[in-house]
Every structure is written in structure tokens, then in C-alpha cells.
Design a protein around this ligand. Structure first.
Ligand code: NAD
Length: 439
């Protein structure tokens, strides 16, 4: 039997570690062969950053818009192009080890789950998925396939967020009593629409059918969905909470070791069936951890111009909260974690002699390549990123039922006191694109 590179890696690793389909430690000197799905916007940045690792080698670029390969081609010439990721995965067969997923949110799970089912390691943009159910499937499939994963909220590895985590763990402000996190954008900032506009002609360079992918079909309209503005639409994106929640809540989740909330309740303005609310407040209650002062922890998310009461931060007269970030209220002071800047401790008098020891940034992107090649495990893997994304997307469920307190039964993946909200934990997939539950 012909031994391909992949079967060699599989069998040699299986022999060493006792499980299949993982490249880890098999051959640290070899290149990592990577296929990228979504090649412009953040996709180009992911391709550039990951490609700057000396052992990263691209073997396939996939994009549904043929105008969007140019920058990736200029930087990494000669990589074959595909428009359908399923065709790329089939054609590359054993000739790729790992996949970068940088598509709009609604296609993260369809692409990443297919890659992981094939035993490929995955770097997937934030929010990890479009729904709570998908986030659960991603965590389960990563564990089942024993692949190396990393969510693309790269600030997780930035000195600002790492230093904030250390400050909490060092007890700088004592145990944490409550948390407030916010981002200024309204949920439909990019289109300002509350219903789909009239359809328009699809550009010849765009495969709209593949762009819609697993979502149920919607007519193309210029400058409304592709590129970038899909964020506003419940059908494809996840609003401000989805765009920023996995960034801004990340140091809070890491520092406090939060998992699933117990219950949550939202209030919003500008709710409509199509785009995300113009402003919202989402109040979560989590079980307490060893880093919290009480048996439960209240965490409140605000967006669309809403913010917590600045007085809670004890910053002193004339000082404003940053435009986005988190406020942690501890037993011995408060900490502001601006998005993205070094944390600040208050009240100023109490911390005037306190020296903040910085934790250096590291490459979030290279950490994934290194982990695949046998280095230290990734810290933003789907075991961590799955529950973080579940909490973020639960907020997007709650915001569509303003005022309703939703109880969350995480093990059963249901909201036992709200049948309609339970339905929104998942969504209807287009025929031929259904995602099987991980068995
Ligand atoms: N980590 C960060 O700081 C950060 C910043 C921006 C965006 N993002 C995330 O990156 C992802 C992409 O966002 P963006 O702003 O670059 O969006 P975008 O619409 O500007 O770019 C998406 C790219 O993917 C392509 N694409 C769309 N559907 C595809 C499919 N089915 N197969 C292959 N290619 C497809 C598009 O043609 C386009 O080139 C989102 O999940 C977003 O949340 C993360």
C-alpha cells in the first residue's frame, strides 16, 4: 500500500500516542500544509500572520469571490484557487493537514466541522460559530477528532489581556464581585437597515449560492451583505455581541474561569426580525469560581452606546470609561480592561505605588502552528472557545426575548423555561447543508 505523508503521520503518531489523526509531535521538522477558506478581509490577515511562521505552507486558497484572492496571491504566489471548500477538501485529499476558517460567521461551523471530521487541525475566526448548538458541536468534534484548534480572537495572546488575567490571579483587586463589559456599536451599524432591501444583480465574480452556503437562501443585494456588512443580519452574522463579545469577554472568562451561565435576561432597542438590535443590555449570572467573591457572579454586557454607571469604577472626577472594554469590581479595588490597552487599577490613591508587571504578547497565530507541530497546547482551543461562544450566542438568543429571564441547562443544551428561545439555540439549514450532530 502506498504510504502518503498523511497516512505516515497518522500511523506514526498513533503508534507513539495511541490515537489517530493528529500530527502533534509526529515530525516537528516538517512543514504544516494549510488550506485557507476566506481570503480577504480578516482572512488575508490570518493568511499573512499564520504564513509568517517558517513551517506554514499554503496548499489551497478558497474564496467564493474571485476578486478576493489578489492580496493572498501577491504574498504567497502559486497557491491553487478553489471557490467551494468541499471541492478543495476533496481534491487536496491527504495533501493538507490544517485549515484556516475566515468566512462570515454563518459558515464557520459548516467549514470547520467538515475539516475536523476529516482529521484536520483548525484555526477558526471568532465568534467560533453562528449558534449555541454549533459551538457545542465544534467543541465535541474537536475532542472526537483529537485535532489542534484555536479561535481567532488574537487579542487573547496580547499583553493587555494577558496582563489583566495575571492581575486578577495575583489578587491585585481581590476576589471579583461583579463584571460589566461594553462595546459602543449598534447591532446594525453597517447597513442601518431593519428589513432586506430590493434585490440586485449578483456580480459575475461572486458565487452567491456558495456565499449563502448553509443559510437558507436570501436574494443578493449590493453593499448589504458581502463583504463585511453581513454582520448586521441575524441570518449571517451576530451583531455587536457576536463581533466583540468573544474579544472583550475573553480576559474575563480566562481570568475568572467562567463556563456556562445559570440564567440571563436582556433588554434591547430596535428589535426586528432581520437585523440585530440598535442597543442592548444582557445580564448574565454565572456560578462563582475560586476567583469570585460570592457563589454567583453577575456579568452585564452593554452595546449600542450603553455603558455601566461610570461611578462604579471609582476612577475619580472627570475620568471617562473607555469606548469599549470591561470593568471588574473586586473586594479591594476595580480594574478597567480597555479593548485593547493595558489594564488600569482604581481608585488611583490605592494603587499609586502598585507596579503592574506586564505579561508579554505572543503570536496567537504561531501558537496554533507550533501546537500542531508538537509545541505547547493552544489556550484558545475549542474546549475554551466553545463555552465562551455559547455564552455570547446565548446573549443573542436572550436579546430576541426582551425581559424574559432564560434559565440555561448547559448539559442538556436547552432553556427549560422558554420553548421559543430553545428553538433559537439552532437554526434551519438549507437542503444539502444540514450539519449532523456529533455522535
Ligand atoms: N479577530 C479579529 O480581530 C477579526 C476582525 C475582523 C473580522 N473577524 C472575523 O473574520 C471573519 C471574516 O470577517 P471579514 O470582516 O473578513 O468578512 P468579509 O466579508 O470582509 O470577508 C470574508 C471573506 O470570505 C469570503 N467568503 C465568504 N463566504 C465564503 C465561503 N463560503 N467560502 C470561501 N470564502 C468565503 C468572502 O468572499 C471574503 O473574501 C468573521 O468571522 C469575522 O467575525 C475577526
Amino acid at each position: 500500500m502506498q504510504t502518503t505523508r498523511r497516512t505516515f503521520l497518522k500511523t506514526s503518531t498513533a503508534a507513539i500516542l495511541g490515537f489517530p489523526a493528529i500530527l502533534r509531535a509526529a515530525n516537528p521538522n516538517s512543514n504544516l500544509q494549510i488550506a485557507a477558506v476566506g481570503c480577504s478581509g480578516k482572512g488575508f490577515s490570518d493568511i499573512s500572520e499564520i504564513g509568517s511562521h517558517g513551517k506554514a505552507k499554503y496548499v489551497g486558497f478558497c474564496d467564493v469571490d474571485s476578486t478576493r484572492f489578489a492580496k493572498a496571491d501577491e504574498k504567497f504566489p502559486g497557491v491553487p484557487h478553489f471557490s467551494d471548500f468541499r471541492e478543495m477538501f476533496g481534491k487536496l485529499r491527504d495533501g493538507y493537514d490544517a485549515v484556516i476558517v475566515s468566512t462570515p460567521d454563518h459558515m464557520h461551523a459548516p467549514v470547520a466541522l467538515e475539516a475536523m471530521r476529516r482529521g484536520k487541525h483548525v484555526y477558526c475566526q471568532k465568534p467560533l460559530t453562528h449558534t449555541v448548538w454549533e459551538a457545542r458541536q465544534m467543541r465535541l468534534q474537536a475532542a472526537k477528532s483529537k485535532v489542534v484548534t484555536q479561535m481567532g480572537n488574537q487579542i487573547h495572546s496580547h499583553e493587555a489581556y494577558r496582563t489583566a488575567v495575571k492581575l486578577v490571579h495575583d489578587g491585585a483587586i481581590g476576589k471579583i464581585k461583579e463584571v460589566h463589559s461594553w462595546q459602543g456599536n449598534p447591532g446594525n451599524k453597517y447597513t442601518n437597515l431593519t428589513a432586506p432591501p430590493a434585490p440586485g444583480p449578483v456580480p459575475e465574480t461572486l458565487n452567491w449560492d456558495l456565499w449563502v452556503g448553509a443559510a437558507t437562501m436570501v436574494d443578493y443585494a449590493p453593499d448589504v451583505y458581502h463583504p463585511f456588512k453581513w454582520r448586521d443580519w441575524q441570518h449571517f452574522g451576530a451583531g455587536t455581541m457576536g463581533d466583540f463579545g468573544c474579544h472583550i469577554l475573553d480576559p474575563v472568562f480566562t481570568a475568572l474561569e467562567l463556563g456556562a451561565p445559570i440564567h440571563l435576561q436582556a433588554e434591547s432597542e430596535g428589535l426586528n426580525p432581520y437585523t440585530w438590535p440598535a442597543a442592548e443590555t444582557i445580564r448574565y449570572v454565572f456560578p462563582g469560581t475560586k476567583w469570585t467573591a460570592e457563589k454567583t457572579l453577575a456579568l452585564t454586557w452593554y452595546d449600542g452606546g450603553r455603558q455601566p454607571d461610570a461611578a462604579l469604577a471609582q476612577m475619580g472626577e472627570g475620568t471617562k470609561l473607555p469606548g469599549s472594554g470591561s470593568l471588574l469590581i473586586g473586594e479591594g479595588g476595580t480594574m478597567i480592561i480597555p479593548h485593547v490597552a493595558m489594564p488600569q487599577l482604581y481608585p488611583v490613591e490605592r494603587f499609586s505605588a502598585f507596579v503592574i508587571e506586564k505579561v508579554a504578547s505572543s503570536s496567537h497565530y504561531h501558537a496554533w502552528v507550533d501546537a500542531v507541530l508538537g509545541g505547547p497546547a493552544t489556550t484558545d482551543n475549542f474546549d475554551y472557545a466553545g463555552p465562551l461562544t455559547e455564552a455570547v450566542q446565548l446573549g443573542n438568543v436572550a436579546t430576541r426575548f426582551p425581559g424574559a429571564r432564560l434559565e440555561w441547562d448547559a448539559p442538556a443544551l436547552r432553556i427549560p423555561n422558554h420553548a421559543e428561545a430553545t428553538k433559537l439555540l439552532t437554526k434551519t439549514y438549507r437542503d444539502g447543508w444540514q450539519i449532523p450532530a456529533v455522535g
